[in-house]
Design a protein around this ligand. Sequence first.
Ligand SMILES: Cc1ncc(COP(=O)(O)O)c(C=O)c1O
Length: 387
Amino acid sequence: MMKQYLLSPGPTVIPEQVLLRMAAPIIHHRTPQFSKIFAETRTMLQKLHQTTSDTLMLSCSGTGAMEAAVMNVCTTGDTMIYVNAGKFGERWGNIAAKHHIHAIEIKVTWGDAVTVDAVKAALDAHPQAKAVFVQASETSTTTENPIQAIAALTKDIDCLTVVDAITALGVIDMPMDDWGLDIVISGSQKAFMLPPGLATMGISEKAWAMIESNPDCQTFYFDLLTERKVQQAGKDTTAWTPAISLIVGLNEVLNMMFSEGLDQLYARHTLLAKGTRAGFNALGMKLVSKVPATSATGVFIPETVDGGAFVKYLRDVMGVTFAGGQDDLKNRIIRVAHLGYYDVFDVCNIMSAVEIALNRFGYPVQMGVGVAAAQTVLAERFPKVEA
Ligand SMILES: Cc1ncc(COP(=O)(O)O)c(C=O)c1O
């Protein structure tokens, strides 16, 4: 037998109690039974977003919600600004191109975060832009962008800040209303610890007003105004058949998050990220990002090791699934997860697996160095016992 360890930044591990809850017989979505679960889930989702405005649940992966945001805010011929700091940032541009939206790209070197000055310059040059689209956490480079400062730039002008928080919501504190974030998107297979297939959106009053004033929303399935009408309190359902089991699962997940407490949830993720970085640092492995994310860490594989073979060996021979790199970073990096159902011993497993794999590839590594450095940081998670 080979025990499997899923340590990639999505899909992530699903807690047993969530699996059990989703294994219950399916219920019909036009019933009081479903509406009760839906209403509870929506209320908790608003609390997680820290918004009083309406949130939505959509049956699609994160990209569907990204496209829904673009299509509901902009129409053909409109101008938008987007941050391309990696593979997922680039996607805003691809979506815009499909819908003939004039997209102004802010290109950022992979591994860097966008600067607030660059966003300000783009806004000054394109005052007609409907929104700035940006990743809170760019998973391809494991980098965090300064979304609070970007939102401060658009707060008082006729332009939105739309945030892909697919690997940030439930990982870092990002209070929508306080910061002036207008649309915040997430996906089920990340910090929500669910199978893929459900996306969520927090949408500010300012964004709803912009969406209402969009004369020509070019999507039927993803028309957010249609969804808003039925997802509101009192109706408590979805326009089309929803991903029922995933919404039931989300109900369980949000209950878990609130029993942990949001402060503890964010503190746990911060500590796991810190421990992971300490471990890689001790192994002499360089981080991909200059502003490393809280959700996942990317590091360069030593040049003398065949990077493509390394990731496959870990997965197929050792049972440890990390993510590799994309585009320029293909076969050069590994990306490891610490978002969702992960705790300190998962980081120890990550370090231990990397050390063993490096050793098997003939790379000189002193076993235990990365694990020990991580442990030193991670020990903080537990209280000291007085003698
Ligand atoms: C930051 C970010 N944006 C977008 C996506 C795309 O989401 P999905 O694959 O769920 O469509 C991902 C997936 O990894 C992501 O990490």
